[in-house]
Design a protein around this ligand. Structure first.
Ligand SMILES: [Mn+2]
Length: 396
């Protein structure tokens, strides 16, 4: 630090400018020029080194793909999911078996916003839970090499740039051989997550989608909003619409434009009354059969609003009459036992949440899914070879 870098002394009392109307303003304007910014520049460089350079569409090249510094202010809180280890340098993610990361975005919402705070709400809710689950006989700390790699640096005013960042982040995690768990974010992220994942699968990808809403129209309010992800995702060559299975659809918020697309493309829809009529075992079995037909991988996209809005007040498009939490969790467990290649939980909006109920259930969906896969031996096999604070099995 040179002497000119020293914080400015308060020299406002000089006789000359005592009478100036902008005395304080003038002093402060000059004072800023004398403040150093070297730590900030270091922070930016560290962000680019550890959080990857941004997607090509981002003009400001000081922004990373994964948020690693002060901005964006709605992202990057360091409290991790279940207090599992945090990975600052995302190049090291390949040492883990499962990576949790946030996609804090609500630019795609068409009613209530607030899902940009979803990742921090869900992470905070996990402070309540221990790593052991009684009914499933699973202990995540002992059995799963899981890490939290923080949040994607999204661009609040620009969906397409945010999508590019999300796809790049997803692609990085999946190509590192790691199971991705994405904390949304509104449901517009369903398109860029699949766009990032699908190219790394060696065949077709099936999608099992829990929601009260079809989300299959091409555009909404002239943009690719949270009502549109599956139109665009099923345009991806190896994510055919015939492998899209939607569970829980219904109510008064199903746009006819989306229903037309689903009918034309041959998607499968199962309603809440279907679940009630045939039971969760049969629904899960059918969903797995259809999603896996000719596919090499299945992705789980869980919109928390599929659960009756009385249980999930903190969401973007609350719709009464959805699944009960125990039905939803039961379905998630059965579907996860079939083996999935990644998952996202979306539409949790903490500003509208009461007593953290929506964040709690969002966290449970993830935990029950991971534990189910451990229980049947589909996760819990990869040991960390690099960390001293790792969770999960020890290296052989
Ligand atoms: Mn929905």
């Amino acid at each position: 630090m040179t002497s000119s870098d020293q914080p400015p002394a308060d020299d406002r009392a000089s006789a000359d400018d005592r009478d100036r109307p902008d005395r304080d303003g003038h002093w402060a304007q000059q004072a800023e020029a004398r403040l150093p910014d070297s730590r900030h520049r270091e922070e930016i460089e560290r962000g680019l080194a550890y959080g990857l350079e941004a997607a090509d569409s981002i003009t400001d090249r000081t922004l990373p793909t994964f948020a690693r510094g002060e901005i964006p202010h709605f992202a990057g809180e360091r409290g991790t999911f279940m207090k599992c280890p945090y990975v600052e340098d995302v190049h090291e993610v390949g040492d883990a078996e499962v990576a949790i990361f946030g996609a804090p975005l609500d630019a795609g919402t068409t009613y209530r916003p607030g899902t940009r705070f979803g990742p921090q709400g869900i992470r905070r809710a996990t402070n309540l839970f221990g790593t052991y689950n009684f009914e499933m006989g699973v202990d995540l700390r002992e059995q799963l090499n899981m890490v939290d790699i923080g949040d994607i640096c999204t661009i609040p005013g620009n969906l397409e740039k945010s999508f590019d960042q999300i796809s790049k982040a997803m692609s990085h995690v999946v190509s590192s051989g790691v199971f991705p768990v994405v904390l949304g974010g509104d449901h517009s992220i369903g398109y860029p997550t699949i766009r990032g994942l699908a190219p790394h699968m060696d065949g077709n990808v099936g999608i099992i989608h829990f929601d009260r809403h079809v989300d299959t129209q091409e555009l909404d309010l002239d943009e690719r909003m949270h009502t549109t992800p599956w139109f665009h995702a099923t345009d991806i060559k190896n994510a055919p619409p015939t492998n899209l299975v939607q569970i829980g659809i219904g109510g008064w918020q199903a746009p006819r434009a989306g229903v037309k697309v689903g009918r034309a493309r041959g998607t499968t829809i199962m309603t809440v009354s279907d679940v009630e009529r045939v039971g969760i075992e049969k629904i899960a079995e059918t969903a797995l059969e259809l999603a896996w037909q000719g596919a090499k991988a299945v992705y789980l996209s869980f919109d928390i609003d599929v659960i009756d809005s009385g249980f999930v007040p903190g969401t973007g498009w609350p719709e009464p009459g959805g699944l009960l939490p125990r039905e939803a969790l039961g379905l998630v467990r059965l579907i996860s036992e079939g083996g999935i290649s990644g998952m996202e939980v979306v539409e949790c909006s903490p500003p509208y949440d009461w007593a953290e109920q929506t964040s709690l259930i969002s966290a449970r969906v993830i935990l029950d899914s991971l534990a189910s896969m451990i229980k049947v031996g589909k996760l819990g096999k990869k040991a960390s070879t690099a960390r001293t604070d790792a969770w999960g099995p020890y290296p052989e």
